[in-house]
Ligand binder design. Structure first.
Ligand code: ADP
Ligand code: K
Ligand code: ZN
Length: 429
């Protein structure tokens, strides 16, 4: 199913022509931002040097830090009169960045969400509960207007009051829900306590943070949904830039709106399709806050083969942020890998925390994981066995020795928005 058939099935040749004309527009438009004027000048490039898509490599990258330095409105390329809304990033890795939107930007953004929702089978018959933070976080209003655009009945339930959220699902016959995967797990837990049926629910949209395939299975069975991955970031309007289709094998990036490159995060060298590295994005139609070659910090790869469902290259699921990656005794670990392993062990529950310390110059990782109800009521001897089992599974999948602490069900923090599972204490004295 297509929301915009022309764009969603555009041929590669036509797409490249469109991308080039939009790229030329973008490199001219960024000249309205002082920081970009200087960037181009320092690199000795002018917009006229961009005659082919590959010419983009002549332009230096833009970093998160550079955007932060423009706080608050230094990156806005249009008069503030034309800016009709602002949002900010969540500030997961530091001070938030302010992003602005013109009316056209807001239209473009809801167009993207409309494509995504239509792609996974939502229509004006659906009742859509948007259980994410409304406000400066882009997930709330972004999905809200996209849902209205396709005519779905949108419930702006936001976060919090989890029991009430569950009642709404049953009372209003909610068919689709959007939340972070962490909050999805919390909803499942509370629904089970309440004995709610959740019969009407068939689709779950989860995004804003990395999540594993095992967490997908868990969410699908416990909430009774087909789960879809949603990727985006405030600098790319918000969620909706790339979205999983019913094939569940990668996310469709909307290439008429974004030009994607993958680079080696260490060297900055551009990598061929299929290789894993950092995603670099050039939005092609952004008016209020255009960007060129923005380093997202997110690790993925481009899947070049065609998807049965529609044209266009896909992105593999995001494994994490380059700066989320823990290097423990020289081994690279993403929190999503730990999650994936823990979820494969039936005796432990859904919640975990990872602590990293430096003890006698050695990195030590401690994982606190909740037991499930059954193992919690088990014998002490079983618990020691379970502890060994968890440590063994981590050793096997990540080749890392860890200390495992089993804790009571319900004792670790729950998250309504983006979860923070890792506390790295190595910098502390
Ligand atoms: P912040 O960067 O401050 O968290 P945003 O709220 O804009 O600000 O979040 C965007 C980031 O969230 C992305 O760069 C990415 O790291 C993460 N993210 C969003 N969606 C996903 C997803 N589906 N899978 C993995 N990570 C995601
Ligand atoms: K409707
Ligand atoms: Zn597809």
């Amino acid at each position: 199913m297509f929301w915009n058939k022309e764009m969603e099935t555009i041929s590669q040749t036509d797409l490249e022509a469109l991308q080039l004309s939009r790229l030329k527009w973008t490199v001219n438009h960024v000249q309205n931002v002082e920081f970009y004027q200087k960037k181009f000048r320092d690199a000795g490039v002018t917009p006229a040097d961009i005659q082919h898509l590959d010419d983009i490599e002549k332009i230096p990258f833009t970093t998160k830090k550079e955007l932060r330095d423009g706080y608050p409105f230094g990156n806005i390329a249009v008069p503030m009169k034309q800016v009709v809304r602002i949002h900010t990033t969540s500030g997961t890795t530091g001070k938030p960045t302010v992003v602005g939107y013109t009316r056209q930007d807001l239209d473009n953004w809801s167009e993207l969400i409309a494509r995504n929702l239509t792609m996974i089978g939502l229509t004006d018959e659906d009742v859509f509960q948007n259980a994410v933070n409304y406000g400066l976080f882009t997930g709330g209003l972004g999905f809200h207007y996209g849902g209205e655009k396709i005519g779905a009945t949108v419930i702006p339930s936001a976060t919090g009051n989890t029991r009430r959220q569950i009642e709404m699902i049953d009372d209003f016959g909610v068919t689709a829900i959007h939340c972070t995967p962490s909050y999805g797990m919390h909803l499942a837990e509370v629904a089970e306590e309440m004995g709610a049926s959740l019969d009407s629910l068939r689709i779950g949209i989860f995004g804003a943070e990395p999540w594993s395939e095992n967490l997908r299975k868990e969410l699908e069975t416990r909430l009774g949904v087909e789960a879809f991955d949603s990727y985006g970031m405030s600098e790319m309007y918000g969620p909706g830039a790339a979205f999983e289709c019913p094939e569940h094998d990668g996310l469709h990036l909307w290439h008429d709106f974004y030009f994607a490159e993958i680079i080696d995060p260490e060297t900055g060298e551009r990598l061929p399709d299929g290789e894993k590295g950092e995603l670099v994005i050039t939005p092609l139609v952004k008016e209020a806050m255009p960007l060129v070659r923005y380093r997202t910090g997110d690790i993925t790869r481009i899947i070049p083969d065609a998807c049965p469902c529609r044209r266009g290259k896909r992105l593999a699921r995001i494994s994490g942020r380059a700066d989320d990656m823990l290097v423990i005794r020289g081994i690279n670990v993403f929190p999503s890998q730990i999650e994936h392993t823990l979820f494969s062990i039936p005796e432990v529950g859904d919640q975990f925390m990872v602590y990293v310390d430096r003890i006698n110059h050695l990195d030590e990782m401690t994982i606190e994981v909740e037991m499930n109800r059954e193992s919690f009521s088990g014998e002490l001897a079983d618990l020691a066995g379970l502890q060994r089992k968890v440590a063994g599974a981590i050793k096997e999948s990540l080749n890392l020795r860890t200390t495992v602490r089993l804790v009571e069900p319900g004792s670790l923090p729950r998250f309504e928005g983006k979860a923070r599972h890792v506390v790295d204490r190595r910098g502390e004295i």
